[in-house]
Design a protein around this ligand. Structure first.
Ligand code: SF4
Ligand code: SF4
Length: 452
């Protein structure tokens, strides 16, 4: 069974909602759209207080001359205000608040269930697809939130060879991608076909962990029958199999060099399976990105579920639909337990990158008391990037920024495998994240100074 070659860990899978079909979440009373829900510069509101909008009306444009993308309303109603909200990052961000009235959609969106394939639209060109993806505000939906149209237009010195679909979903607890593959397999495959055409490649791969045998079987059969250029690659269940570099290593055995090198430098364009579905909807159904599948889960929840959720819906509403928060202490995490972040409150809205909401009891979430490092090197063996986590964490704690930069801290993918495996409960990831942010800030400052 294929997998990546360096490091990795095996956390308990806890896929509690894997057998739960996707349900449509109720509309919120007020939908809130933070302007910074993608990598790059925040979007700029193009509506004002009092404006009427429909489902699919554009409410924010990309910032000019910057890496940015647009945002669409997921609801119909009236713009209540433009204010700030604390989003999943924990910081206050400018946001558009819309009071929901009815559910009126823009007429240009095709709401039928009819599958549309490339055979139905033979006139489509790669440029058309990229423009549609750009206009629809699509970003990487695995959580990275990098604008998809930019990934599809690599610098001219790089020649993409493959589109690799990340359908690994290696984070414990999360099942949104798994359900999407089972329930929207045909649409996903058309989306992969569109991505391959846009990237001008002849071969596509879909990497799926072996803990999803039903999805592997279904997509393999469909590919054999209808898409001979797309191959499903079953992968060993090992965290972080869904890291871009780990996926490329597992599927095509190429190693992406250290940052700032991109996956396309070794010929690969990686797209999440949810992104492939969003591309299908944008290009074939004229539907901008304003809803997504979200897993809401946790051992204390009475009904762990997968919801098709309009962006802007508060997480509290989804938690209520799963039976509400348990009694006693609990921690609410945006994303999975390995890479997710604890939320300051449950009013955080669902955004483009919200793959899941995880509720952990105080007992489950409690970390052991940190003890001195016993130099066991388990963190080194677990690191999928071949780094020395104990060293990076210690030096970051001592603010030795030149040292950690020299030790390649910017290559850290923040997967948390080191912290997960440490028998001394050292807060390795917290320290390394802090060090990495500082070093990246220092690098940017040097680059700016060099330009002046
Ligand atoms: S968080 Fe960074 S240092 Fe720790 S295992 Fe992952 S890549 Fe390595
Ligand atoms: S795993 Fe923990 S105890 Fe072992 S070397 Fe790394 S930091 Fe030290």
């Amino acid at each position: 069974m294929k997998t990546f070659r360096i490091g990795g860990v095996h956390p308990a899978e806890n896929k509690l909602s894997a057998a739960e079909p996707i349900k449509v979440a109720e509309l919120p009373k007020v939908a809130v759209f933070p302007m910074g829900q993608h990598i790059g510069a925040p979007a700029v509101p193009c509506v004002q207080k009092g404006d009427k909008v429909k489902v699919g009306t554009r409410i924010a444009n990309p910032m000019e001359k910057a890496l940015s993308t647009c945002i669409y309303s997921s609801v119909s109603g009236t713009v209540q205000k433009i204010d700030t909200i604390i989003d999943a990052s924990g910081y206050a961000k400018p946001a558009v608040f819309i009071t929901v009235e009815g559910d009126e959609w823009e007429e240009s969106i095709d709401r039928s269930d009819k599958l549309v394939t490339l055979k139905d639209k033979p006139e489509l060109t790669p440029e058309d697809i990229i423009n549609k993806v750009k206009e629809a505000g699509i970003v990487g939906m695995g959580g990275a939130c990098f604008p998809t149209h930019v990934k599809l237009m690599p610098p001219p010195q790089f020649k993409p060879e493959w589109v690799i679909i990340n359908a690994v979903e290696c984070e414990p607890y999360l099942t949104a991608d798994h359900r999407l593959m089972l329930e929207k397999a045909d649409e996903v495959l058309v989306g992969v076909d569109l991505l391959m055409m846009a990237a001008k490649v002849k071969k596509g791969y879909i990497g799926i962990e072996e803990n999803k045998p039903d999805a592997i079987k279904l997509l393999s059969e469909k590919c054999k029958a209808q898409y001979p250029n797309i191959e499903v690659v079953p992968l060993k269940t090992k965290y972080p199999q869904g890291g871009e570099k780990q996926l490329i290593d597992a599927v095509v055995r190429r190693q992406v060099p250290a940052p700032p090198a991109l996956p396309v430098s070794v010929g690969a364009i990686i797209q999440n399976v949810g992104t492939a579905y969003a591309v299908y909807e944008a290009v074939m159904k004229n539907k901008p990105l304003f809803e997504r599948v979200v897993t809401v889960t946790g051992k204390q929840l009475s009904k762990p579920s997968n919801f098709l959720t309009r962006m802007g819906t508060p997480m509290s509403q989804l938690i209520e639909a799963c039976g509400g928060l348990p009694d006693g202490d609990c921690k609410v995490i945006g994303g999975g337990p390995m890479m997710g972040k604890a939320l300051l409150n449950t009013e955080v809205p669902i955004c483009k990158g919200s793959s899941g909401v995880l509720i952990m009891s105080g007992k489950e979430a409690r970390r052991g008391e940190p003890q001195p490092c016993i130099r066991c090197a388990k963190c080194v063996s677990a690191c999928p990037m071949g780094l020395e986590p104990y060293l990076l964490a210690t030096a970051s704690g001592k603010k030795m920024w030149d040292k950690v930069e020299g030790e390649d801290i910017t290559s850290c993918i923040e997967c948390g495998s080191c912290q997960f495996t440490c028998p001394s409960n050292r807060p390795l990831l917290d320290l390394i994240r802090m060090g990495k942010q500082t070093v990246m800030g220092n690098i940017r400052a040097r680059q700016m100074a060099a330009k002046k």
